[in-house]
Design a protein around this ligand. Structure first.
Ligand SMILES: NC(=O)c1ccc[n+]([C@@H]2O[C@H](COP(=O)([O-])OP(=O)(O)OC[C@H]3O[C@@H](n4cnc5c(N)ncnc54)[C@H](OP(=O)(O)O)[C@@H]3O)[C@@H](O)[C@H]2O)c1
Length: 265
């Protein structure tokens, strides 16, 4: 799916960061957008700005995708408003950081529901129409954390490994059926993500701009790639697990992600 003009994109997590930039870049290419997240005022302001600047159509749907039933409700609302989705961008996600036993069971549940369950459900709900039309694309946002386990971000790393594995499997299932699956694997990016994490201890390397990350994804759209990593250095780091033994990788990543409060331990 190379051309997005006059298509409809549904972007989750569109109120901020990478999702908001996806909306801006797609709107600039003439794509109509359905924006969803929890922050209604941010979504409405972005929608107003995009339709004013680019003359595209917009829909705002407020949804907490960590809640059971939210994906079906979102699909139902799109259908009721007569919107057929050509490009699904499963971007909403968040992380927690610290030793596993210190993280609340509720927060971990919320993280798995948002990063994994809602992504699987939305894909399941929107894919049949794309297959019927033999056209469409799904971009699932994983992370460079998808390529190896992430000590101190154990649940987050596992959710992103799931996203990569799931999306590559669907890439293979659908490769001759007109629907492209692409996994976007950003490294550290300048967004509100680390505010939500509550620490910069999880930052690895230099942060890219969300515009850079989105440009990389949109360039990969319409190619035959099952995943794309933003930046050469991030790509190199993501492939190290093919060279080094698991134990070595785990030690290195432990060192990178260890909370600063435990630095001397
Ligand atoms: N920034 C990085 O360094 C980085 C690196 C690798 C991967 N990623 C991935 O990139 C994606 C986007 O993150 P970002 O960096 O753009 O962070 P961000 O600026 O914090 O954006 C996260 C988005 O997700 C939405 N969201 C959070 N909880 C939600 C919920 N329960 N229901 C619905 N929407 C929810 C937020 O909107 P509301 O708060 O309004 O709901 C926001 O729009 C995530 O999947 C993240 O894991 C980020």
């Amino acid at each position: 799916m190379k051309h997005v003009k006059n298509k409809w994109a549904l972007i989750t997590g569109a109120s901020s960061g990478i999702g908001a930039v996806f909306a801006q870049e797609l709107a600039a290419r003439g794509c109509h957008v359905i924006l969803t997240a929890r922050s209604e005022s941010k979504l409405k302001e972005l929608a107003r700005q995009l339709s004013r600047t680019h003359g595209i159509q917009t829909e705002v749907i407020v949804s907490d995708l960590s809640q059971s039933g939210a994906s079906s409700e979102l699909y139902r609302t799109c259908t009721e408003r007569g919107r057929k989705v050509d490009l699904l961008i499963n971007n909403a996600g968040f992380a927690t950081h610290g030793t596993f036993e210190d993280q609340s069971i509720e927060k971990n549940h919320e993280q798995i529901m948002l990063n994994v369950t809602s992504l699987v459900e939305l894909t399941h709900l929107f894919l049949p129409e794309m297959l019927r039309k033999k056209s469409g694309a799904v971009i699932n946002v994983a992370s460079t954390a998808a390529f190896q386990p992430s000590p101190y971000m154990a649940v987050y790393g596992a959710t992103k490994a799931f996203v990569l594995s799931f999306t590559q499997a669907l890439w293979a299932e659908n490769r001759n059926r007109g629907v492209q699956f692409l996994t976007l694997c950003p490294g550290s990016t300048e967004t509100a993500f680390f505010e939500a994490v509550g620490t910069d201890d999880a930052v690895v390397g230099k942060k890219a701009t969300p515009k850079h990350v989105v440009d990389v994804a949109l360039r990969a759209l319409g190619t035959n790639r099952s995943y794309v990593v933003d930046g050469r250095m991030n790509y190199f780091v993501s492939q190290l697990n093919r060279i080094f033994p698991k134990k070595v990788m785990l030690q290195v990543v432990s060192g990178l992600l260890r909370p600063s409060s435990q630095a001397s331990k």
